[in-house]
Design a protein around this ligand. Sequence first.
Ligand code: 6GU
Length: 226
Amino acid sequence: MTLFPEIFNSYMSESIMKRAIEKELIEVHVYNIRDFSANKHKKVDDYPFGGGAGMLMTPQPIYDTYKYIVETHNIESPRVVYLTPKGQVYKQEIASDLSLSEDIILLCGHYEGIDQRVIDLIVTDEVSIGDYVLTGGELPALIMIDSISRLIPGVLSQNESFEEESFKDNLLEYPHYTRPREFMGISVPDVLLSGNHQKIEKWRLEESIKITKERRPDLYKKSCKK
Ligand code: 6GU
């Protein structure tokens, strides 16, 4: 549910998202909240009661979009996620949890926010993608669609999903190298050319641990607990 449906088209028409939709592993439907405005000028915003800066999204168009979605798709008990900087910070575990849900409705806010009553009526989860401010919930919604879709069985090939392991163990990825063996005078680490798979695995794990300790001591602590 968005005021800017066009934002979703190009991302959904490329690469892995496109393939997932073609294989009918996921469906993504985009609804323009403005289409549901009962106002003769298709107005969707208004001034906040009590004063203050900016405009708010009014509840009626959002509520009617929601009703339409639930009715047309025959949805039983959807998760309704409102994308907002006030929400819980998005993590892989939330993506995992949501990937088990048959139906997810993502509500993208704009302006200064939306009327609290429609949040109270329909929203089950509030999610933020991090501690910075965006102009709207569309990019966060795309991030959620991407991160959830790649967890659906069949969306990634065997090869692609192999990489999944790294974040599960709470370790960052080791460095990768491809051809040529030497570039701008810098060689690929010898161990990777050794053909000794045990040694290579050991080196990769050590590199993962080293970089995680350096960059993400918080993740490193978690990796030790498992
Ligand atoms: Cl979900 N929305 C907006 N507008 N800004 C954000 C965000 C969401 N997450 C981080 N910043």
